[in-house]
Ligand binder design. Structure first.
Ligand code: NAD
Length: 340
């Protein structure tokens, strides 16, 4: 029976994964290690806390002593913990390097010493940087353009170095943009949904031309579990969702679902750095059986509905509202957060 250590399990994707892996009959124990930063929330684990298999440890992945103790008690690791928000990395890059790079190295080092059987390091398509055309396979060059993506690329390389140097059986998953319930309302879908549900305006960068590939969080967790169980150590697996969309088209969908119109949209200058397009080839994960199941429009409607039904989960977290502005205007708000 496996004992799984999940870092960042109180965050958005990690909490979905924990609830999924708790249902596995061959998993005897799941331990969440989470520092409960602004992005972490006990409530994300919901009914998971009713499971006798679940243990929650409030701690930092950079705490080598704590990590060493926990690693000695587990057979598998799924590593989600990270600073995950691009805009925050523009002003707090050192925190991103500390958590994302040093934290990953601390975990990999302990995994090596304790002979961990399987380790999945969860990463992002943003490490490939922008692709104007085509799709990145796993051997595509790393060309991150923002501190967040650079810290994740560095973490990927550190993690894989433990396979090459010590044979520590680490795999890397790189997923596209996730959406679904429980996401902290700072990235574009939960931010726009919560603002529109309150009748507030949203801000779209530049002309809304940036293309992202949208993956339902449950589909990502399906892929991560497949890689955990069947991935080849030392290998990287792209996990994309198949739904490419510009920010403007995504905004149109959110306006429709929330019953708002384009008057609620303010166009603002682009952020400091904003990759035009990401795209990944997921053939390798498909060979493991990876098949994104969720229809994007239905998944988006369900996601907005979750925010509509759970205002207690996001209203206290939301930033102070923008000025009540119902006209389509352009403001000098280049640093206005809006994340894709
Ligand atoms: P999130 O920000 O919602 O959650 C991160 C979690 O990590 C939080 O619970 C936080 O408390 C915890 N954490 C942060 N620093 C920590 C530390 N030093 N020690 C222990 N815990 C710490 O992130 P997410 O969106 O769920 O992303 C999870 C992983 O997936 C990240 O590694 C991210 O880079 C990657 N990823 C996310 C997306 C996406 O669209 N959200 C896409 C691709 C990859």
């Amino acid at each position: 029976m496996d004992k799984v250590l999940v870092t960042g399990g109180a965050g958005f994707i990690g909490s979905h994964f924990v609830k999924r892996i708790l249902r596995a009959d061959d998993v005897a124990q799941v331990t969440v290690l989470d520092a409960l930063t602004y992005a972490g929330n006990h409530a994300n684990l919901g009914k998971g806390f009713l499971s006798p298999k679940l243990t929650f440890v409030h701690g930092d992945i950079c705490d080598a002593t704590l990590v060493d103790t926990l690693m000695s008690q587990h057979t598998m690791v799924v590593h989600f913990a990270a600073e995950s928000h691009v805009d925050r990395s523009f002003t707090a890059a050192s925190t991103f390097v500390t958590t994302n790079v040093l934290g990953t190295q601390t975990l990999a080092d302990a995994a090596m010493r304790h002979g961990i059987e399987r380790f999945v390091h969860v990463s992002t398509d943003e490490v490939y940087g922008p692709l104007l055309e085509g799709a990145a396979t796993e051997d595509y060059p790393l060309r991150p353009t923002v501190p967040y993506a650079a810290s994740k690329a560095a973490a990927d390389l550190v993690a894989l170095s433990y396979w090459h140097t010590y044979g520590t059986p680490i795999c890397v998953t790189r997923s596209s943009n996730n959406y679904g319930p429980c996401q902290y309302p700072e990235k574009i879908i939960p931010l726009f949904a919560t603002r529109l549900l309150r009748g507030e305006p949203v801000t779209l960068h530049d002309r809304g031309q940036h293309v992202r590939n949208w993956l339902h969080v449950e589909d990502n967790c399906q892929g991560i579990e497949l890689v955990l169980r069947h991935g080849t150590p030392g290998e990287i697996y792209n996990l994309g969702g198949g739904t490419d969309m510009t920010s403007k088209d995504l905004t149109g969908e959110l306006l429709r679902i929330c019953g708002a119109d384009w008057d609620a949209v303010m166009y603002v200058p682009d952020r400091l750095s904003n990759d035009l397009r990401y795209s990944m080839d997921c053939t390798k994960a498909a060979a493991l059986g990876y098949r994104p199941q969720r229809d994007f429009k239905a998944g988006l409607e369900e996601t907005v509905d979750w925010f509509r039904r759970n205002p207690d989960r996001w209203a206290p977290l939301s930033r102070s509202p923008l000025p009540a502005m119902r006209a389509r205007v352009t403001l000098d708000m280049a640093r206005e957060p809006q994340h894709v």
